[in-house]
Structure formats: structure tokens, C-alpha cells
Design a protein around this ligand. Structure first.
Ligand code: C2E
Ligand code: CA
Ligand code: CA
Length: 691
């Protein structure tokens, strides 16, 4: 093989063979020859290129740069531009990214230059794609609103975005390269490990779970985690891509909402829905495992009075404080619930039997012993309690609340402030208070209601100066139902007005028949209790006037008893009523004095004829609560205001002696006589007692 003949290898054919678009240029840049690749690349025909300056292929923005160049005078070495945005201007006016090389050559003793361009747009597109991917990643990761973190197989942080840093209150510097454990909730460290295990063993692409973090400020952050493994070509997991959602607020809200759905907003105690649920759970546990359950129904005694006297804001405070007290004596596993109004339910589980249930009940009642301090008021608030105890032998619990209600009714009937245990079958004899209201409506027409009269005595002489009219209901099956039970029931409807009219009519009629042998001055008066509904009844005064007129009883032999709480509820109204009654000669007695947390300054305003000191100041069993000194104070206060003092509930000689020594002028109580039917009362007129 010899050398190739120089002429047989023309430079034209060489240029033609090059893969790049190539031109032979003279010193000024005029294209002397172009290969077909160049015309292909630029869209010009050879004829359109040859003889023209290469400037025609240079885009305007690059021309100044190219114009200064003397193409053949470059350094001997080849010059290559492949990094910039070098572009060629094509015939159609578009520009195309190219790499460019310029090599000076000597041909036939003259200096030329060979310029070649190579379309690199494919390569550029790849580069562009890389840049875009990077940008996308930045968008998808760095700037993502969702907290994101990459961790390695040991759960060390590789990188984290701003949102993640913000979520857990730590900077990137505090995170990258560090173990995740210190900011993971201790109880959830295991979750991370378990998730890694699943990726290692299963072909899972993504798993989701909820994980708790610890914010730098100590708060607990709850996050919903979506975790995917990044795998290499061989399928080995190299790191984890974790995207999260902070659901702390959501969770707290849901927790709050579900709390709201199941709790009483005022006291925060369980509501009926939650209670019903607990009750059926407890019951099924007892059915499975045996043991006893107890249900207690509380009803606050005379709570309506608190609401009426002080308004609902104070009433609400009482309910809240009662709830707190009951809570302090509740057992952790039991459920205390506000049943509505002033009623509470308590569900005790796993008790040893009746005795324990009763001791729990007593503990609750004692918890209410101390007065409640509410905005400088000192309120007494007790409760009555109905108790039901059941075990595996009680198949049906659907009636358990009704049974507790029946027992509660008994507790009230027996004098309030106490508990009563339901006796199975009791509801057959005892009618609950709901049906009681129905029966009470029938009671007046059926002649079951009557007025009884308790003598009021001048303590110094024991002569009878009057009678207090007290209502009695003789229930056909239950016997005597005390007014403390049925008056509050009647007060919930207009029934009380009917009972009030009954009381006025029969009391006034009775008094009109009591005579003291013609001595009009010493004929006994009658005192009639007024409920708050009657007090607000505009027809009251007309009714009283009418009754007095038909019976012929002089106004000064009628005394209206108004409880302190009613009187203080609406002082100006009370003053007006007292004035009007006084103008008819009728006296007013302030009933239950001392229980109403009275502001003594009102006493002077109301100026009642008689102040009735509540029995709790007189009876020894309650002496510890209302001290002797208080009784003394009340009596001397009344004296100073020029009012007549009447002590209620005198039961013993000792009490009488003490009241006499305090110069309390009037009294009533079992020591003298209980309330008696009209016929007996008539016989007592003119009598004295031997005490
Ligand atoms: P109250 O006005 O404070 O009546 C006094 C209550 O004390 C009466 O109870 C009376 O029987 C009782 N009592 C009298 N002496 C003694 C005693 O020495 N010891 C004890 N432990 N208690 C004694 P009662 O008759 O059960 O009446 C309870 C309440 O029912 C009355 O309290 C009154 O607020 C209301 N009430 C009774 N009758 C009527 C009525 O006709 N109309 C209205 N609106 N209320 C009435
Ligand atoms: Ca009274
Ligand atoms: Ca009273």
C-alpha cells in the first residue's frame, strides 16, 4: 500500500465527508466553499451561501462579535465554542443552537479558515431538561408548602424543606445529618422503624401513617406521613422521600368536636349520649363478668329558687361548682353526667353491692354540705339522690333511669337532702313525678286537696294568735303527698295559680268562721303562702278583695306569706304589692327569713309586718351550720326595725326557752301542734298550750 495520490483526494471531497456543516472561509469571512451538511443545517442552498460572508449565518445579537474577527488570523490551534449559547441564523429566520469550531489551514500557499458548526440542540435539550428538573425539584421540594424530608436508612435527615423545618421548629442546620429520634415523639419512634421494615420486605411503593413529632417549643405535632423509598437501579432502597401534612389542628378540632358532641357545654361533664353509651357498656360487662352497677340520679333541692332569685348567671355558676364538687368525689372509672337542668347522673361500676353504693351516695351529699361562694354570695345548695343498684339478675336496664327517678322522688318526699335506694317493683306503687303532675290536675276537682292549719303562738303566753294555712294532698294510693313535692311541680305550670286560688279561698273562708267569743281583737288571723307565680299574677289583688268580700273576713285577719327569695327578686314590685295589701289592711310576712342570703337593707324597704325566721336557725340539728349568734342577730335586727319576729319549727322546750330569752314574740312548731284539718283547728281557737 503506497501513499494516496494527493490529487485523487480532493479537499472538496474531504469537507463533504465531514459530519458537521462546514465552510471554507477567506480572511474576511467570505464562504468559498460549503459542504452539503451546512446547507442542510441552515436551509440555504449552496449557491445562496458560496460567495457570501459568513455573517449571514450569524444572528444579529452576535454579529458585532463576529465582525471584528479576521477569520484566518486566529491562532494556529483550532478554536471551539461549545459552551455558550452560540446560534446559527437559518434561512427561515429561526435560530438554532450550535457548537462552532474554526481552524486556520493553508491551501495552495494561502491562508484560509475552515469553519464548522454542529447542531447540538439535542444535547442542549437534555441539559435544559436537567435544569428544568432541578427547578421542578426545587418547586416540588424546597418551595413545597407540604413539609418534606429525605432520610437515610438509619433515619438520619438528608435534607428537609422549609415547611418541614417550620413544622417542627428547627433549622436545616439542626436537622441535616442528624438522627430523627430527638424530635420524634418517644412513643412513635417505633413507627418509623416498622415502616422501614415493610419497605425492606415488601414491594411497596408508598406507605402512609400518622406520626407525632416534638416541636422545639415542646408542643406535640401530629403529622400524616406519606413515605416512599428512592431505589437505585438494582432496586435497593437508598433513601426515603417523606411528604407530610400537619394535622395537629385538625386533630385537636376533631377531638374538640367529639368532646362537644359528648359533653355538656356548661359543666364539661358527660352528656346523656355519652352516658347512655357508658351505661350499656357497663351493663354488658356486668352481664359477662358479674358484679354490681349503681346508678344515681341527683336533683338539686329548690334550685329553681336560686335561678329565680339571682338569675341564670349565678344559677349557672352554682351548677358548675356543684359539678366540680361531685367530680372531686367521683371515682375515676365511673361516669358523672349532667342529665339536664339541675339533674346529674352518676354511674358506678364494679362496686361490692348496696352498702358501697349507699356510702358513695352519702359521700356525694356531704360534698355539697359547705356553702357555695359565688360572687360574694354564700349559697347553700343541697341535692336529693335516687339510687338504683343492679346485678346480673336484672336482665333489663332500659328502666334503670326511671327507677332512679322513682327513688329520687321518694328521697324528696322524705325531706330532701338525702338519698333513697330503689326497691325492685317500687315503680308499681310509686308513680314518678311526671305522671304525678297529671294526677295533681285531677286532685282539686276530685277533692283530694285540702288546707290544714298550724297554730301560730305568742311565745310568752302560748295563746294562739293565728294559723298558717298549709296545703295537703291526699293521693288515693299514696296517702299524704307533702307540698314540698307537689308545689314545685305545680309551679312549672299554671296549675299553681289554680292551687293558689284554692288556698286563698279555703283559708279566708276558714278564718271567717274562727271566733274568739266575740272579742274581735283577739280573733286569730290566717297566713297564706304565696308562690312566685301568683305574686306576678295581675289578678291576685282582685281575687283577694273578692274573697274577703264574700267571706266577710276583715283584711287585718289575713296575712300573706312571701318568701324572702321572691321578695328580693323584684324589690320594687314587692314594695308595690305590700303597699296595696296594706291599704286593704292585709299584713305581709316575710317567709323563710335567713335562707335567702338576704341583703338586710331591703328589709327596711319592704317593711313586712312579720319576719318568719327559718327553722334551720331554730332546730338544733342544724345549729352547727347556722350558729346561735346568727339567731341572736336576726332577732335583734328585726326588733331594731320594729318588726314582729316569728320562729318556725319549734320542736323542743329548750328551743322555746332560748327564743323566749331572745324576746322573739311569735312561734310555731310541733312543740305546739302540727298543721291540722279545719275541724281540729276550729276547736283550738282560744286555747293555750301547756309549755
Ligand atoms: P313553709 O311555708 O316554710 O311552711 C312551714 C313548713 O314547716 C310546713 O311544712 C310545716 O308543716 C313545717 N313545720 C311546722 N312546724 C314544724 C316543726 O316543728 N318541725 C318541722 N320539722 N317542720 C315543721 P309543709 O306543710 O310540708 O310545707 C312545706 C312548704 O310548702 C311550705 O314551707 C311552703 O313553702 C309550701 N306550701 C305549703 N302550703 C302552701 C300553699 O298553700 N301555697 C304555697 N304557695 N306554698 C305552700
Ligand atoms: Ca310559710
Ligand atoms: Ca317557712
Amino acid at each position: 500500500m503506497g501513499f494516496i495520490d494527493e490529487h485523487s483526494l480532493s479537499w472538496q471531497s474531504l469537507l463533504e465527508a465531514l459530519p458537521d456543516g462546514t465552510a471554507l472561509l477567506d480572511a474576511r469571512g467570505v464562504m468559498m466553499y460549503v459542504n452539503s451538511e451546512l446547507s442542510l443545517l441552515t436551509g440555504y442552498s449552496r449557491e445562496e451561501l458560496v460567495g457570501h460572508n459568513v455573517q449571514m449565518l450569524v444572528p444579529p445579537q452576535l454579529r458585532t462579535l463576529a465582525a471584528r474577527r479576521e477569520y484566518t488570523r486566529g491562532p494556529d490551534s483550532r478554536m471551539i465554542w461549545n459552551d455558550g449559547d452560540l446560534k446559527v441564523l437559518m434561512k427561515d429566520g429561526t435560530q438554532r443552537l450550535v457548537d462552532f469550531a474554526l481552524s486556520p489551514i493553508t491551501l495552495d500557499g494561502r491562508r484560509w479558515a475552515v469553519g464548522s458548526i454542529r447542531d447540538n440542540s439535542a444535547q442542549r435539550t437534555a441539559e435544559q431538561a436537567r435544569l428544568e428538573a432541578e427547578q421542578h425539584f426545587r418547586l416540588a421540594f424546597e418551595d413545597n408548602m407540604a413539609p418534606m424530608v429525605f432520610t437515610d436508612l438509619q433515619d438520619f435527615v438528608i435534607t428537609a424543606n422549609d415547611a418541614f423545618c417550620q413544622m417542627i421548629g428547627r433549622t436545616r442546620e439542626e436537622l441535616i445529618g442528624f438522627d430523627s429520634k430527638p424530635f420524634t415523639h418517644p412513643d412513635d419512634v417505633g413507627i418509623t422503624e416498622a415502616s422501614h421494615e415493610r419497605f425492606l420486605h415488601d414491594e411497596i411503593r408508598q406507605i402512609r401513617y400518622v406520626k407525632r413529632y416534638l416541636h422545639k417549643d415542646g408542643r406535640m405535632i401530629i403529622a400524616e406521613v406519606s413515605k416512599s423509598p428512592a431505589r437505585d437501579k438494582l432496586g435497593n432502597t437508598v433513601y426515603f422521600i417523606i411528604s407530610e401534612r400537619d394535622i395537629t389542628e385538625e386533630r385537636t378540632l376533631t377531638a374538640k368536636l367529639s368532646h362537644q358532641a359528648l359533653h355538656d357545654p356548661l359543666t364539661g361533664l358527660a352528656n346523656r349520649t355519652l352516658f347512655d353509651d357508658r351505661l350499656s357498656q357497663t351493663h354488658s360487662r356486668i352481664m359477662r363478668q358479674g358484679g354490681y352497677g349503681a346508678l344515681m340520679l341527683f336533683d338539686l333541692d329548690d334550685f329553681k329558687g336560686v335561678n329565680d332569685t339571682y338569675g341564670h348567671i349565678i344559677g349557672d355558676q352554682v351548677l358548675i361548682q356543684v359539678a366540680r364538687r361531685l367530680e372531686t368525689v367521683s371515682r375515676a372509672a365511673d361516669t358523672l353526667c349532667r342529665f339536664g337542668g339541675d339533674e346529674f347522673l352518676y354511674l358506678a361500676e364494679g362496686i361490692s353491692g348496696l352498702e358501697e353504693a349507699e356510702s358513695i351516695a352519702e359521700r356525694f351529699l356531704r360534698a355539697l354540705d359547705a356553702p357555695f361562694e359565688i360572687s360574694s354570695l354564700n349559697l347553700e345548695q343541697r341535692a336529693s339522690l335516687g339510687v338504683v343498684v343492679w346485678d346480673i339478675s336484672s336482665i333489663d336496664i332500659t328502666d334503670v333511669v326511671r327507677d332512679a327517678d322513682v327513688a329520687l322522688y321518694e328521697a324528696k318526699r322524705l325531706g330532701k337532702g338525702r338519698h333513697f335506694v330503689y326497691v325492685p317493683g317500687m315503680h308499681h306503687q310509686v308513680i314518678n313525678r311526671f305522671s304525678l303532675v297529671q294526677q295533681l290536675r285531677q286532685a282539686i276537682p276530685a277533692g283530694e286537696v285540702a288546707m290544714h292549719f298550724q297554730p301560730i303562738v305568742r311565745l310568752s303566753t302560748t295563746e294562739i294568735v293565728g294559723f298558717e294555712a298549709l296545703m295537703r294532698w291526699r293521693h288515693p294510693e299514696r296517702g299524704w303527698v307533702p307540698p314540698a313535692v307537689f308545689i314545685p311541680l305545680a309551679e312549672q305550670s299554671d296549675l299553681i295559680l289554680e292551687l293558689g286560688r284554692f288556698a286563698l279561698h279555703h283559708s279566708i273562708t276558714a278564718a271567717s268562721k274562727w271566733t274568739n267569743g266575740g272579742d274581735a281583737l283577739t280573733e286569730p288571723y290566717v297566713t297564706v303562702n304565696l308562690s312566685s307565680r301568683q305574686f306576678y299574677d295581675p289578678g291576685l289583688l282582685g281575687l283577694v278583695r273578692e274573697e274577703l268580700a264574700t267571706s266577710g273576713l276583715p283584711g287585718d285577719r289575713l296575712i300573706i306569706e312571701i318568701t324572702e327569695s321572691i321578695a328580693l327578686e323584684e324589690v320594687s314590685g314587692t314594695m308595690k304589692l305590700i303597699e296595696e295589701l296594706t291599704s286593704l289592711g292585709i299584713g305581709v310576712a316575710l317567709d323563710d327569713f335567713g335562707t335567702g342570703y338576704s341583703s338586710f337593707s331591703y328589709l327596711n324597704l319592704l317593711n313586712p309586718m312579720i319576719i318568719k325566721i327559718d327553722q334551720s336557725f331554730v332546730r338544733p340539728s342544724i345549729e352547727s351550720i347556722h350558729s346561735d349568734r346568727l339567731l341572736e342577730t336576726l332577732v335583734s335586727l328585726g326588733h331594731n326595725l320594729g318588726m314582729t319576729l316569728l320562729a318556725e319549727g319549734i320542736e323542743t322546750q329548750a328551743q322555746l326557752d332560748r327564743l323566749r330569752s331572745l324576746h322573739c314574740s311569735l312561734g310555731q312548731g310541733y312543740l305546739f301542734s302540727p298543721a291540722v284539718p279545719y275541724d281540729e283547728a276550729v276547736k283550738m281557737v282560744g286555747q293555750t298550750f301547756n309549755v
